[in-house]
Design a protein around this ligand. Sequence first.
Ligand code: C2E
Ligand code: CA
Ligand code: CA
Ligand code: CA
Length: 275
Amino acid sequence: AKEDGRGLWRFFESRMDADNRERRMLELELSQAIREGELELHFQPLVSAETQDPLGFEALVRWNHPIRGMVQPAEFIPIAEQSALIREIGDWTIREACRKAAQWPGELMVAVNISARHFQLSDIAEVVRLALRESGLPGERLELEITESLLIEKTDDVLERLREIKAEGVAIAMDDFGTGYSSLSYLMKFPFDKIKIDRSFVSASSEDTVARDILRSIIMLGETLKVRITAEGVETQEQVEFLRGIACQQLQGFYFARPLNPADLAHYFIDHFRK
Ligand code: C2E
Ligand code: CA
Ligand code: CA
Ligand code: CA
């Protein structure tokens, strides 16, 4: 039995070494990914609940790795956050999203996810100003999505910098609303322009009357505070009808479209904007 235990331990140890090596390898490759042009943004439409017309797109980063194929953000954003790479990646994302959006038809907006660690490491307000200037995109067409984790530390400093960004006309959205511990207290501390209701409420709403009641209450809260509301993770016709019924304004989810790669986005524009 003793032998077995040691054997098992050695197994775990070598597994851990392998995981660490894999991590270091990814980190190294990631540091080259931007230069090599391997990162790309996919765009998922946000639509008007009333007309189902696109209002804009959320930028979702992908890593088109030469051997591993398309790597999803859940696999590399945490690695980037543990090193300083998130700064480079995050800054690039803001600039690239603005550059792309400036070429879109109409007045479509673009939403960019900002990780708390990126916010710490970079002068986001300056990066945003630069990105708007070099792309020519009006600030009113850019939205930054932040999560509660950003507001947990050094709140005053963060709020000051968010105000600076808002002064450029850029909207600030609270992402994954309802999943943290103090979403409501942050609504009191900072004038968000938008709330994005986490998709867990939307998916639960199909079966759960409590989830439906919570959704209805968040919509009412948004109306009272004059904050726009987006429901994310909309997958079924039934969810669309329920959300329209409770006057949720903006919808996003696989029911309308998955995040679109550049070729799919071009087709989407042809389908939706050709007269
Ligand atoms: P998020 O900001 O909550 O983004 C929404 C995620 O939900 C996306 O996954 C999207 O593909 C997925 N989604 C959209 N509609 C549906 C639906 O109807 N059903 C289901 N099941 N899922 C749906 P993705 O692209 O894998 O991104 C995951 C997370 O990675 C994002 O969550 C965000 O936190 C982070 N992320 C993505 N892109 C970036 C980025 O450019 N910068 C930073 N800092 N984080 C990013
Ligand atoms: Ca988001
Ligand atoms: Ca979200
Ligand atoms: Ca999220």
